[in-house]
Design a protein around this ligand. Structure first.
Ligand code: RTP
Ligand code: MG
Length: 147
């Protein structure tokens, strides 16, 4: 079964949207595997966003993601990467489809509330950056046979 890394960014935490955002993935029928409330160090931020190094938004992005606590999570389910990206919506809230998290709650690209892995390779890389394997909880969810 596929896994992905999701993270409520500092703006989502400050605005009190952790519960609202987590709730959407829960209601979709996805399975929470790990979560932690934490500060992102400069080094972790640089590694997480390494693909954007050199772009104009990279320095402010690092300042933003290290500016306050985040809620980091691992979720799993069939097609979980594509499904969570769809629930999150396009990067720029103006392009995000109505009903998506970014459309419903975000205004600016720089404050778009949540990160979601965009490929299996990045999901694995990001999960391993933020979590140790022993922090991933393996369990049966009885509702899974109904989804
Ligand atoms: P994320 O990685 O956070 O899930 O977002 P994403 O895939 O939708 O967007 P990505 O291209 O990976 O960009 C990472 C984050 O950088 C900020 N950004 N700003 N000003 C800009 O043009 C710009 N482009 C990207 C956003 O905060 C974006 O989520
Ligand atoms: Mg991205």
């Amino acid at each position: 079964m596929e896994q992905t890394f999701l993270m409520v960014k500092p703006d989502g935490v400050q605005r009190g949207l952790i519960g609202e955002i987590v709730s959407r993935f829960e209601k979709k029928g996805l399975q929470l595997v790990a979560a932690k409330f934490m500060l992102v160090s400069r080094e972790l931020a640089e590694r997480h966003y390494a693909e954007h190094e050199g772009k104009p938004f990279y320095p402010p992005l690092l300042d933003f993601i290290t500016s306050g606590p985040v809620f980091a999570m691992v979720w799993q389910g069939d097609h979980v990467i594509a499904l969570t990206r769809a629930l999150i919506g396009k990067t720029d809230a103006r392009d995000a489809a109505p009903g998506t998290i970014r459309s419903d709650f975000a205004v600016h690209t720089n404050f778009n509330l949540i990160h979601g892995s965009d490929s299996p390779e990045n999901a694995e890389r990001e999960i391993n950056l933020f979590f140790e394997q022993k922090e991933l909880v393996a369990y049966e969810k009885s509702i899974q046979s109904w989804i």
